[in-house]
Design a protein around this ligand. Sequence first.
Ligand code: IDP
Length: 160
Amino acid sequence: SKLDILNMAGASERTFIMIKPDGVQRGVVGDIIRRFEQRGYKLVALKMLQPPKALLESHYEEHKGKKFYEPLLEYIGSGPVVATVWEGVNVITVGRKMLGATDPAKSEPGTIRGDFGIVTGRNIVHGSDSESAAKREIGLWFRPEEVSDWKHTAEKWIYE
Ligand code: IDP
């Protein structure tokens, strides 16, 4: 129906969520993935990798020259990360809410950073902050064939 189409609008929105090396070391990879799955979002790409420096330089290019830039590259490059792409209505905005504020001290309990982090320099997880950032970041971290198109059988129980 028309309503179904309306309520499904934006269902193909995608965001890039990365579990940082501290999230991996702290053993919260499964918890973070579980939160997005249980919310109803669809996992369309997932890999663990040791991020190459050039990739991190591109990913964080907007922060080049800031005082936290070098420590940031060292932190994210210090161990494997888990890179994921999630799909669903408003996933970019809702994903950022699920992450919490950049500074875990300002993140509400119940958010990922508010539950697992204390300081900005070890804030567990990354999430795209806009549509253009999401497109750019997904393209940086994944080849097109690494992103799966699949149908959620529960879709009609997640969307009206
Ligand atoms: P975001 O990750 O919430 O989008 P940004 O301002 O884009 O926040 O910063 C990117 C990342 O850089 C943060 O998640 C954090 O890891 C790191 N960062 C930002 N500001 C600081 C700082 O003042 N000290 C240490 N690390 C910082």
